[in-house]
Design a protein around this ligand. Structure first.
Ligand SMILES: [Zn+2]
Length: 173
């Protein structure tokens, strides 16, 4: 799996059949999403290098492309936080398996706040997630990604981090 910074990638990896001119029109929207992710990281005190996994660190912590090496189809992702509490965002083609390389439509946009939990009854984690949104057009998908980034910022503002992480502090619940 390759992680490629937003400015070194090409949105046509995500939308190979996009109309001419669309990729250029998407650039400012993706830059907005990238800015929101960095804003979220700053609010979390994570800073640009505070992303929760190596991909984020390699790519500066904003939005990045992820693709299987040698295959020119990709999704765009962001990941902020710590391994204990992770904020994620993604736009991708829902895959039946890793080697399914059918291009969209549809595209799926996903956003989630996840806390690791070592209690047995939690099966590894708890989370709040945005309902998985399926989009039939590239412009709807990119707009949806921006809305998902806003959803994450709103969750940060309304205390989702504490809510999602809370269970670990209640040993008898
Ligand atoms: Zn738990």
């Amino acid at each position: 799996m390759e992680a490629i910074p937003l400015d070194r990638g090409d949105i046509r990896w995500v939308f190979p059949d996009a109309d001419q001119g669309q990729p250029a029109a998407f650039r400012p929207l993706l830059a907005e999403v990238d800015a929101r992710v960095r804003h979220l990281a700053a609010r979390l005190g994570a800073g640009p290098d505070g992303a929760a996994d190596e991909h984020g660190r390699e790519t500066g912590g904003g939005l990045w492309f992820r693709r299987v090496e040698g295959i020119h189809l990709a999704g765009v992702f962001a990941l902020v936080g710590t391994p204990a509490l992770t904020w994620t965002l993604g736009l991708y083609v829902p895959r039946r398996c890793l080697w399914d390389i059918t291009p969209g439509p549809p595209w799926e946009v996903h956003a989630e706040v996840v806390a690791g939990c070592d209690r047995d009854e939690c099966r590894g984690d708890h989370s709040e997630e945005m309902d998985g949104w399926i989009h039939e057009s590239p412009s709807d998908a990119v707009t949806g990604l921006l809305e998902a980034a806003d959803w994450l910022l709103a969750r940060q503002a309304d205390g989702a981090g504490a809510r999602v992480a809370a269970h670990r502090d209640q040993p008898n619940s």
